[in-house]
Design a protein. Sequence first.
Length: 248
Amino acid sequence: MFEDLLYVLGKYDSWLWNGFLLTLQLLVIAVFFGTLLAIPLAVARSSKKVWIQAFPFAFIYFFRGTPLIAQLFMMYYGVGQLVANIDGIQDHWTWTYLRDPYWYCLLTFILNTAAYIAEIMRGGIQNVPSGEVEAARACGMTPFTTYRRIIFPRMWQMIWPAYTNDVIFTLKATSLASTVTMMELTGAARKIVARTALPYEAFISAGVIYLIIVYFLTFGFKGIERYLRRSERRKDANKIVVTSPAGP
C-alpha cells in the first residue's frame, strides 16, 4: 500500500496540486464575499423592525435549512438549465462563463457561507454589552459610527472561534464541487481512482492535504484570535486606569 501511495503522489502530483489550488481558490473567494454579504444580512437580522428582518430571516433559514448538495444541484442543474434555454444565450459572449460549473459552485458556496456567517454575526451583535452602545449614542455617534467603532470590533472578538469553525466547514464543503464535474481536491482524487483503481491511496493523499490546509488555517486564525484578545485586554486595562480614583 505504501508503494502504491508513493506511486499516486509521484505520478499524479500535478492533478493533486491543481485540485489543491482550486480548493483554496473556492475557499478564499467564498469566505471573502460570503463575509461581505453576511454583514448587511446580520445588521438587518438584528433590527427590531419585522419588515427589515423578513428577507434576511428567509435567506438564512433557506440556506441553513437545506443540504448544501441540494443547493448546488439546484444552482447548477436548475439555474444552469434555465440559463442554457434562453434564446440566443449560446451565441453571447457571457456563455463562455455561464456554461462553466465553476461559477455556479462559487455562487452556491458564497450564499451558503453568507447565511451561516450572518447568523454567527447576529449573535455577536446582540451580545455586545448594551452599556457600550448606549455610551456611544450618548457621545453623539451616528449608527454607522457606532457599528464601525463599537459593535463590530466587539462582535469579532466574541465570534472569532465560531467564525474559524465556519471557515473550516466551508473548506470541507468545497469537496461537493466534484459532484458537478469540478476537479478540486476531491474531484482530483476521484479522477485518480478512475485511472488507477487505487481508492485508498488516492483519498488518503487528498485527506492528508486537507489536514495540512486545516492545520495552517487553525494556526493562522489562532494567531488572529490572540491578537484580538490582547487588544481587548489592553482596552480593559485602559478603562481601569481611566476610571480609577485619583491619588492624594
